[in-house]
Design a binder for this molecule. Structure first.
Ligand code: THG
Length: 264
């Protein structure tokens, strides 16, 4: 499981405050803890207005890189912020979050991903919003994959996000997500699947329990990456156990190592 740490996100109150006040200590701590917990990428989302976002993105990246060399996933709808971020990451792997079927992202994000050969999260939505059925979501993904292929990005650079919505407003959002994931993997075996896992439990009690149940079933449906809180030890344990039970852990070595090192 490729883990993308979710915590450096300006939509979180404390992070917004730290960005505003240029509180390096606070951001450094988030970066160190998430990478020590095993995150492969850290999501970087300044969440500030478009005129401030490029400078905030650059500050966040420099602050994170002053304490850890972990790879970054630049999370913005603003091409200017993504461009500014990419300039900071020369010679490092870059993940962009994200392309979708929305016109402004096709025009603004797709060319950046192709030019810099980045990894790219691709959302199953367009200007009309998130479609209700797996088939409609797949249609959007199909047209976007055609564009990334035409732009020279290999399928293995793509992380398709079926977009998880909360069961609090739609009890079928789990099955819809699993259905979409299976269909995508059938048609595009080389792409990765990713998701903002905790979206599933928004507005519900005992969220971690729901997130863990969802993680197990999503991995069975092909999820191989997730945007999560990497410090959630129970979730990490669940992921390792599920991968082993699904026969994805040769000689059970990952599970045993994680157990021995106290990681799970
Ligand atoms: N898909 C893609 N990108 C995304 C999302 C997605 N980026 C943003 C979001 N969804 C994923 N990131 C977060 C970040 C924070 C939280 C949830 C999702 C969150 N934090 C809690 C808080 O702020 O209180 C708890 C943090 C904690 O556990 O300490 O809820 O779906 N492509």
């Amino acid at each position: 499981m490729i883990i993308i740490g979710e915590k450096i996100n300006g939509t979180r109150k404390q992070v917004a405050k730290a960005i505003q006040e240029r509180d390096e200590t606070f951001i450094r701590e988030l970066a160190i803890k998430q990478s020590e917990a095993g995150a492969h990428y850290l999501d970087i989302n300044a969440g500030t207005p478009p005129d401030r976002e490029p400078a905030d993105m650059v500050w966040l990246i420099q602050t994170v890189h002053s304490v850890t060399n972990v790879n970054l996933c630049l999370d913005s709808t603003n091409p200017e912020a993504l461009k500014a971020g990419i300039q900071q990451l020369k010679d490092k792997p870059i993940m962009l979050n994200s392309l979708s079927g929305e016109k402004n992202r096709i025009n603004g994000v797709l060319p950046l991903a192709c030019e810099h050969n980045t990894e790219l999260i691709v959302l199953a939505l367009d200007d009309k919003g998130i479609p209700n059925t797996g088939e409609e979501r797949l249609a959007i993904i199909r047209s976007l994959v055609e564009m990334t292929r035409n732009g020279g990005l290999p399928d293995r650079n793509l992380y398709i996000d079926p977009l998880i919505t909360t069961i609090a407003t739609d009890t079928q959002s789990g099955p819809k997500a699993f259905d979409t994931m299976r269909k995508i993997k059938d048609e595009f075996p080389d792409v990765h699947l990713t998701a903002g896992l905790s979206n599933i439990s928004f507005g519900m009690p005992s969220r971690p329990l729901i997130n863990r149940a969802f993680a197990a079933l999503a991995i069975a449906a092909g999820l191989d990456s997730a945007i999560i809180n990497p410090e959630d030890k129970e979730l990490r344990g669940m992921v390792k156990a599920v991968e082993m039970v699904l026969g994805m852990d040769k000689h059970c070595l990952n599970y045993i190592r994680a157990h021995r090192s106290g990681q799970i």
